[in-house]
Design a protein around this ligand. Structure first.
Ligand SMILES: Nc1ncnc2c1ncn2[C@@H]1O[C@H](COP(=O)(O)OP(=O)(O)OP(=O)(O)O)[C@@H](O)[C@H]1O
Ligand SMILES: O=C(O)[C@H](O)COP(=O)(O)O
Length: 403
């Protein structure tokens, strides 16, 4: 049962500041549609039908990363989903933004600039501190109410997620409500053994603590992607280093090395690491090496065939499977096998299954898998695994307190 106010509690015709999460892949500087846009467009369409005027706050990427881009392209994708014009202003709360907000009429939608381009959005600080920022104070005075639809970012204590509910009326949007309900229900279920967790993707720092926190419910962990390579590095293999200009590995290794080594030594018998990895050879083809043969100066882009076979067998014999993050760069067909074969194996069983991650969930539609073959496909990644551990989500907590 939800314990926050939802958009059902809003009176019609208000000026709303709506936080959504359309953080998405960026290829060659161009943002790509993912499942998050369609889901949030449904919330926005419902708000417009109730004659509200809507300004959108969202973030994209992290400062210093290639995916840290403005939200102009996001506004275009949202417009396609909504089938109507969506404004964009390259400013968050300065004069240009305030003028555009002032011009908003009932039924209009305006996307404000990437919230992380505003200095006060980051870093993570207490909600009370974020509520005092000029960013929050200024925007709050322009709107009647705040709607948070960004469940998938609710694990971050950033200004646009936790500041506004302290200073104005706050409501949960439809995506927030649906994801909260689905993910809370998972926490309450009990599973027979074996329970398998497939962990991959780029955000190792979100996943490493999870292994310790869910150790009483999860029997085995199948690792791939960047997180898998960092564990292979801790296991003494020459992988998990930044090469060819990547910036995935070394900073996460430096920050989390001790935890990775401890988790490996304490949970080693339950951690399944890749025995082979795939890379692009000189002819541009997929090639594979066992981890024993590996030299350091290569980017590995997928788990190999032997590893995929092992993981397929493990999920095939599971009562429940939780997936967070992709086992490889599935956006490139040559490196999609690990991710797609494991997802297909889950889809073929009748185990309880959840697939999470804004980017990872995209692989389901890209490779024509059927969402109905999974118990739940979440547009949230870090927030969904955090919810599985039973730990609260700060963005949800502040909405509950605002009720
Ligand atoms: N070996 C690899 N090298 C580079 N990228 C990888 C590798 N393996 C997986 N990935 C990338 O991981 C991404 C998905 O996982 P990631 O953790 O980044 O995000 P997510 O699923 O969207 O979760 P969240 O919602 O928490 O952001 C995919 O876009 C995929 O290309
Ligand atoms: O994609 C996500 O998981 C959320 O948008 C949070 O993004 P972050 O991991 O960069 O904070």
């Amino acid at each position: 049962m939800t314990t926050f106010q939802t958009v059902d509690d809003l009176e019609c015709g208000q000026r709303l500041l709506v936080r959504i999460d359309i953080n998405a892949p960026v290829e060659d500087g161009v943002v790509q549609d993912n499942r998050r846009f369609a889901r949030h467009a449904e919330t926005i369409a419902e708000l417009l039908a109730e004659d509200h005027a809507v300004a959108i706050l969202a973030h994209q990427g992290r400062p210093g990363r290639e995916t840290f881009v403005p939200l102009e392209g996001h506004a275009e994708i949202l417009a396609d989903h909504l089938g109507r014009e969506v404004g964009y202003v390259p400013d968050t709360f300065g004069e240009e933004a305030l003028e555009a907000i002032d011009d908003l009429d009932s039924g209009d939608v305006l996307v404000l600039e990437n919230a992380r381009m505003c200095e006060e959005e980051l870093p993570e600080e207490d909600p009370e501190v974020k509520a005092e920022t000029a960013f929050v104070r200024t925007l709050a005075s322009e709107f009647d109410a705040y709607v948070n639809d960004a469940y998938s970012a609710a694990h971050r204590s950033h200004a646009s997620l936790v500041g506004f509910p302290q200073v104005m009326d706050a409501y949960a949007g439809r995506v927030m409500e649906a994801e909260y309900t689905a993910n809370s229900a998972i926490q309450e279920r009990e599973f027979d053994s074996p329970v398998t967790m497939v962990l991959g993707g780029t955000k190792a720092e979100d996943l490493i603590p999870v292994i310790e926190q869910v150790d009483d419910t999860v029997d085995r962990f199948c690792l791939g992607g960047i997180v898998g390579e960092l564990f292979l590095r801790a296991d003494g293999h020459d992988v998990g280093y930044d090469v060819d200009g990547t910036d995935f590995f070394d900073h996460q290794w430096d920050d989390h090395r001790e935890t990775i080594e401890r988790v490996l030594s304490e949970y080693g018998d339950r951690l399944h690491l890749a025995s082979d990895l795939a890379y692009e050879d000189a002819e541009g083809e997929r090639a594979e090496k066992t981890v024993e043969e590996i030299e350091k100066a290569t980017s590995y882009l997928d788990v190999g065939g032997e590893t995929t076979g092992e993981y397929v067998d493990l999920v095939g014999d599971s009562e429940a499977v939780f997936v967070k993050g992709a086992l490889g760069v599935f956006e490139d067909e040559r490196f999609a096998d690990g991710t797609v074969d494991v997802l297909s194996a889950i889809a073929e069983t009748d185990c309880f299954s959840v697939v999470g991650g804004g980017d990872t969930a995209r692989s389901i539609e890209m490779y024509d898998l059927d969402e109905d073959d999974f118990s739940h496909v979440s547009v949230a990644g870090g927030a969904y695994v955090r919810a599985l551990t039973g730990e609260g989500l700060v963005g949800v907590d502040v909405l509950e307190q605002a009720d």
